[in-house]
Design a protein around this ligand. Structure first.
Ligand SMILES: Nc1nc2c(c(=O)[nH]1)N[C@H]1C(S)=C(S)[C@@H](COP(=O)(O)O)O[C@H]1N2
Ligand SMILES: [Mo]
Length: 424
């Protein structure tokens, strides 16, 4: 045993011993097994040790190991009557760190994925500007560009949970989010090139897809941190994410991040289009609707353990992990509870802490095998604390679809299986 763990820190050695001792009949890794029957994973030559592997020409564009074939975007059947105007979900329970791999970013389209030829794509700036301009992709790439990591969350993320605990998995309850490094040109530079007239107070980005997605964005935001982005995680945008160019509206609801961006109109008032009147507004109990709710409030979710990621190792040292984000800044702190909120523990934040980006947290504890009620609670850099679902309902009533940032609860039973529940 000392041989195996040579070089490891004492604290780690201690908990592994503790786990082996406490687990009784449960198999808890090599240390316990080393005394029993030989482990064929050690004693036998595996096929991959006995022959040459694939050459460097086997996969000019790499894909994950076949053993990772379950790590995919998924639909919710009753939300996907029509796959063209639809949504799928990021497998958050399989991911770690803060970046979402390009092939796993959830998709939301109102008229399917437009297949745009970049050579025939133009970006127009018109309306209340001194000089209306048209850019090719090559023109766009001659402007100074910037790199930023931002989350994009659909305002409808967790929308199905307003009525109570419904979907079994954080992929489905929270997977309308991705977190990507964008390369793009600040929208401000393009607007300055065209020259915004003094009465230009709003901009309206428009998509080149059949939905011709349009939203009204105040000029202050357009001039602040919006990007006209063409790359994600280093490579050109995926068609699903708006190839060859999309608008990035940091911290604000995903609907405003117009994909396949073809035009930006400058105006003196908002346009009141479909996506900011009948959709993406919050209807209150008294029949009034809250409009222009652009910012995404601080939110978090435990990604493992969770319904799709049960505890398989039995009692003992257990890693709880999840993500938190805020449209208003960074996440200095996340609290985790394993007993439904009776006691809270400050989680360990890990990795970069970036504005309007996902943050990764961990909480490690010794599981005694009794049922758990797992929750996480985000604090953002403005001092805001993530509310409970009932706190939200008390203010917003029962009509809401969008902007559900309430605390999520997973019930974990003695076998380590997790389920979506609510506690009052
Ligand atoms: N042109 C266009 N832009 C669009 C959409 C669309 O259907 N067409 N959907 C919007 C919505 S509702 C969301 S949540 C995000 C989703 O971005 P994603 O597909 O990269 O996840 O794109 C937004 N931009
Ligand atoms: Mo959305």
């Amino acid at each position: 045993m000392t041989e195996i763990f040579k070089g490891m820190k004492p604290s780690r050695r201690a908990f592994l011993r503790g786990a082996a001792a406490g687990a009784g009949a449960l198999a808890v890794g090599g240390a316990a097994k080393a005394q029993g029957a030989p482990d064929p994973a050690i004693t036998e030559l595996q096929p991959w040790m006995q022959g040459l592997g694939a050459g460097v020409d086997a996969a000019p564009y790499g894909t994950p190991s076949p053993y990772e074939a379950h790590v995919v975007r998924r639909n919710v059947e009753w939300l996907t009557a029509d796959t063209v105007s639809s949504v799928n979900f990021t497998p958050l329970h399989e991911l770690d760190g803060i970046l979402t791999p390009n092939g796993l970013c959830f998709e939301r389209h109102h008229a399917g994925v437009a297949e745009v030829d970049p050579a025939k794509h133009r970006i127009m700036i018109n309306g209340l500007v001194d000089t209306p301009l048209v850019f090719t992709m090559a023109d766009l790439m001659r402007f100074p560009r910037e790199n930023h990591v931002y989350f994009l969350e659909c305002a409808a993320n967790s929308g199905m949970e307003w009525a109570g605990a419904q979907l079994n998995g954080c992929q489905f309850t929270h997977g309308m989010i991705h977190n990507v490094m964008y390369t793009g040109v600040p929208l401000r530079l393009l607007l300055e090139e065209a020259g915004v007239k003094t009465n230009g107070k709003w901009v309206m980005p428009e998509g080149a897809d059949a939905a011709a997605m349009t939203r009204s964005i105040p000029i202050e935001k357009a001039m602040d941190d919006c990007l006209v982005a063409f790359k994600m995680n280093g490579e050109m945008l995926r068609p699903e994410q708006g190839y060859p160019v999309r608008l990035v509206v940091p911290g604000w609801e995903g609907n405003m991040w117009v994909k396949w961006l073809r035009r930006i109109e400058v105006g003196d008032e908002p346009w009141h289009h479909r996506e900011e009147t009948s959709k993406y507004t919050d209807l209150f109990e008294n029949g009034k609707a809250r409009r222009f709710t652009w910012e995404m409030d601080a939110k978090s979710v435990i990604t493992s353990p969770s319904p799709q990621a049960p505890i398989l190792h039995g009692r003992g040292h257990t890693v709880v992990t999840g993500v938190a984000w805020s449209g208003r800044g960074t996440i200095p702190r996340v609290d985790v509870t394993i007993d439904g909120g009776k006691t809270w523990h400050q989680a360990r934040m890990s990795g970069p802490s970036l504005e309007k980006s996902m943050h990764r947290f961990y909480y490690e504890f010794d599981w005694d095998g009794s049922p758990l009620l797992l929750q996480s609670r985000a604090h953002d850099s403005t001092g805001y604390v993530q509310p409970t679902k009932n706190e939200l309902r008390a203010i917003r009533g029962e009509n809401s679809i969008y902007h559900n940032n309430g605390i999520q609860t997973w019930y974990v039973n003695e076998r380590g299986e997790a389920e979506n529940v609510e506690i009052s």
